[in-house]
Ligand binder design. Structure first.
Ligand SMILES: Cc1ncc(COP(=O)(O)O)c(C=O)c1O
Length: 411
């Protein structure tokens, strides 16, 4: 059995570069809340996307701030895809809108122009397309549809941030775009989000909305900043009792800030928006400096899994191409749950929260999400059969080979 786990969410970005930066900023508490990094990150992102940028403490807060600015009247609808994150539907609800779910194409895990078109009504205000796991959504076609129907297109780039090698179409067509800098996202600041606006009238309102954001407390920032160190200590020993016990203890005393709160699982997002702390902007800048290296690593693993898939007849979605820097690599198997359970015994943890649910993770309450079971059959069947393989920066090729060997034994 592996002592260090293969895992989707165990500090997937935390390597020596990350630790060094976290250490530097940890020693400078006067820079935690505000400082130069916020300005530098904002400038860099505005240039990259050619849009106005706003930095928040999470992707969900960024999305919610945008939707509030759009002044959704009660009952106005925002189309999202089935197979999405509850943070998206919560943000829509908190902004006063109603999420409507369009089915996906199993081969891309993304909404299609046809599935979206079917869901458009008089009440539709915007469409949020999501590049699931980094597979590009058909944004050009969706933008054409939006133009025809006078709707806004929001690109959810939580799972992918393109670099100089692409994918080119991501972030190109949206009226608005948002990033998440969560722990297991394309780029990570432990938490964080960015919103981009290409509509000057909305940017003016966003400037106003942004003035009402508040700052996270020093105590919460401290808890975030210790996250890389906690996992750097726990990870190598996770296969032994001490690693698990250490993490359990920190969870018990509520030191680790949860990704989803109990209220969020129940469908309630707080309407209070927070600015991104400067300390986390500092970590994110470090990640952007290495974006091409991070994405190349993801491309290398994507290519490796594709080749393994071909060799061993894995049912891989057709939409995956070898030059995609996937956030994770999905394949379909009939007994996905059993396989995950078998692999767990080998310290390979492939449960990433995106299994067995159309609005993820499966531990949320479905009722408040407005998803009606049975309405998106493709999304429902895909999420039952999906098995995702890690491509993150701390997943080594050696680990990928070992995991693939174990997987082939079970398939
Ligand atoms: C597709 C998608 N959109 C939005 C979000 C929200 O991002 P954040 O966790 O930064 O609020 C997430 C993840 O949580 C996500 O997976």
């Amino acid at each position: 059995m592996l002592i260090s786990p293969i895992h989707h969410t165990f500090a997937p970005h935390v390597n020596i570069h990350y630790i060094m930066r976290a250490f530097l900023i940890l020693l400078a508490p006067w820079k935690w809340r505000s400082g130069n990094s916020l300005k530098l990150l904002s400038q860099e992102l505005e240039q990259r996307l050619n849009a106005d940028a706003y930095l928040f403490a999470s992707g969900r807060e960024a999305l919610c701030a945008l939707l509030r600015t759009l002044e959704l009247r009660n009952g106005e609808e925002v189309i999202v895809q089935g197979y999405t994150c509850v943070a998206v539907s919560n943000a829509i609800h908190t902004a006063g809108g109603v999420p409507i779910y369009a089915d996906i194409d199993r081969e891309t895990l993304n909404m299609t122009v046809e599935s979206v078109d079917e869901m458009i009504t008089q009440r539709t205000k915007a469409i949020i397309c999501q590049h699931t796991f980094g597979i590009p959504s058909p944004t050009k076609e969706l933008k054409e549809l939006c133009t025809k129907k006078n709707l806004l297109l929001i690109e959810d780039c939580a799972h992918i941030i393109p670099d100089k090698d692409g994918p080119e179409q991501i972030g190109k067509h949206g009226d608005f775009i948002f990033y998440s800098f969560g722990r297991d996202k394309a780029v990570s600041g432990i938490t964080g989000g960015a919103l981009f606006s290409r509509k000057s009238d909305v940017s003016l309102k966003l400037n106003e909305e942004y003035k009402h954001t508040t700052t996270l407390s020093y105590f919460i920032i401290l808890r975030y900043l210790t996250y890389p160190f906690v996992y750097a200590i726990a990870k190598p020993f996770y296969g032994l009792f001490i690693g698990k016990a250490f993490l359990y203890l920190l969870k018990k005393i509520k030191w680790m800030v949860p990704v989803l709160t109990k209220q969020e699982k129940e469908g309630h997002q707080s309407p209070i928006a927070h600015q991104l702390p400067n300390a986390l902007a500092f970590l994110i800048i470090g990640q952007f400096k290495r974006l091409n290296i991070i994405n190349d690593h993801r491309r290398k693993l994507t290519k490796f899994y594709l080749e393994e898939g071909k060799k061993h007849n894995w049912p891989v979605p057709d939409g995956i191409k070898s030059d995609m820097p996937l956030q994770k690599f999905p394949l379909f198997v009939r007994n996905a749950g059993d396989i995950r359970a078998q692999l767990k015994k080998k310290n390979i943890h492939l449960d990433d929260g995106w299994t067995g649910c159309v609005v993820c993770p499966s531990t949320i309450y479905l009722d408040p999400t407005n998803y009606v079971p049975g309405s998106d059959p493709e999304a429902e069947s895909a999420c039952e059969q999906i098995l995702s393989l890690p491509t993150h920066p701390t997943m080594s090729m050696k680990q990928a080979k070992e995991m693939s060997r174990q997987l082939n034994r079970l398939l």
